[in-house]
Design a protein around this ligand. Structure first.
Ligand SMILES: *Cc1c(COP(=O)(O)O)cnc(C)c1O
Length: 372
């Protein structure tokens, strides 16, 4: 890592003066191409990162683009002890003409503000959030892959960096943005997943932090996720109050009814997914009825048995839409077999990715161009 080669930019439209330090050990074109040929997910990071400091006295200040590398923290940094931390996840997509776009980023910015409020962190202005993405893509745009279904995954995050072991909201906070090239999630076609119903554990509780995108919810999902794997399932489904469907811990849930109605569970412990919102909007545009309401596990069980519920899918930025072929519980199982069970999910997936990759008209104005 090097700290030479520093330039100060003229203030951006968001009013920030970025200090830009180029990474002099950036990957060569050949090294980057080798990574982009098979990036997987979350394994590789681009040459640069962005950070903005916040302090109680100075507000948001010192916006920087610098070489990707380790962060220095005091061992007493509050985040390491009390998990005062939030994050976001969105993607940059390369279109056929080479241009680079992102999808509904103002929704991510607004959600990060809601998460911040819940975790007693400062709210990052939406314009700063968008600016940070533009800055990173300006230096690392070559990292946006172009093969079908690939993208550059963007990971904004914020944490309490104040060195202080007392319990109160930190007076010093850092916002960062890093980026990681992502390969096609499914190789050889989208495959339905099996999910395990966790009845012993919850990821979040009533009045807790379930609706915030915060690491603690993920920490509490790891053990039940391991339990799911032991039962041969790829994902785990959590319940609310022991009987209402909640979500998968990193993806939202949607049930498909025989008459084409889509139902998604409602609860104050569910993270409101932007993928879910988009998919449900596309379904409404097609004339489907869409409901957000409490759904019990018994409703799913009985509906699947009677044929009233014909399928289910999970949705989130990373995997977009994943049909659920089977739900396995301690003492019962729900199976949604056959191609018709995933037909609607797959066609909505095709439409949504079509918009994201510029193949389908963006009639809702969801895309934002990043490289112009
Ligand atoms: C991020 C996330 C989702 C999906 O949200 P998207 O905006 O669609 O990516 C669902 N559940 C949890 C717990 C999440 O953190």
């Amino acid at each position: 890592m090097t700290t030479t080669n520093l330039t100060l930019q003229a203030p951006s439209p968001a009013g920030l003066t970025w200090a830009i330090t180029r990474n002099e050990n950036a990957k060569s074109d050949a090294e980057r191409d080798a990574i982009l040929a098979d990036p997987g997910f979350g394994n590789h990071f681009t040459d640069h990162m962005v950070d903005i400091c916040w302090s109680e006295k100075g507000g948001w200040h010192r916006p920087r683009v610098s070489p990707y590398g380790p962060i220095q923290l005091e061992p007493s940094a509050a985040v390491l002890h009390y998990a005062q931390e939030i994050f976001e996840g969105l993607k940059a997509y390369r279109h056929a003409d080479g241009s680079v776009w992102t999808f509904r980023p103002y929704e991510n910015a607004a959600r990060m503000q809601r998460s911040a409020a819940r975790l007693a962190l400062p709210e990052l202005p939406s314009e700063y959030f968008i600016d940070s993405i533009r800055q990173l893509v300006a230096v690392d745009g070559a990292w946006v892959p172009s093969a079908p279904e690939t993208s550059l995954y963007l990971r904004p995050f914020m944490f309490a960096k104040e060195a202080f072991l007392g319990v109160r909201p930190a007076k010093k906070v850092a916002y960062y943005l890093i980026a990681s090239p992502a390969g096609a999630y499914f190789h050889g076609g989208v495959q339905p997943v099996s999910i395990w119903l966790s009845t012993k554990y919850a990821r979040a509780g009533k009045g807790g932090t379930g609706a915030a995108k915060t690491g603690g919810n993920y920490a509490s999902s790891l053990l039940p996720q391991a339990e799911a794997a032991q039962h041969g399932c790829q994902q785990v489904l959590f319940l609310d109050e022991g009987k209402y469907l909640e979500e998968l811990g990193g993806m939202n849930l949607v049930l498909v009814y025989r008459d084409g109605t889509l139902v998604t569970p409602e609860s104050d412990s569910i993270l409101e997914g932007i993928t879910r919102d988009s998919v449900l909007q596309l379904a409404k545009d097609r004339g489907h009825t869409v409901e957000s309401r409490k759904v019990t596990i018994d409703e799913w069980r009985e509906g699947a048995a009677s044929g009233e519920i014909v399928g289910a899918f999970a949705c989130g930025t990373a995997a977009v839409i994943t049909p659920i072929g089977r739900l396995l519980a301690e003492d019962f199982e729900i199976v949604h077999g056959g191609p018709e069970a995933s037909e609607l999910a797959l066609s909505l997936r095709e439409e949504l990715t079509g918009i994201q990759y510029g193949r389908v008209e963006d009639r809702h104005g969801w895309l934002l161009r990043l490289d112009a």
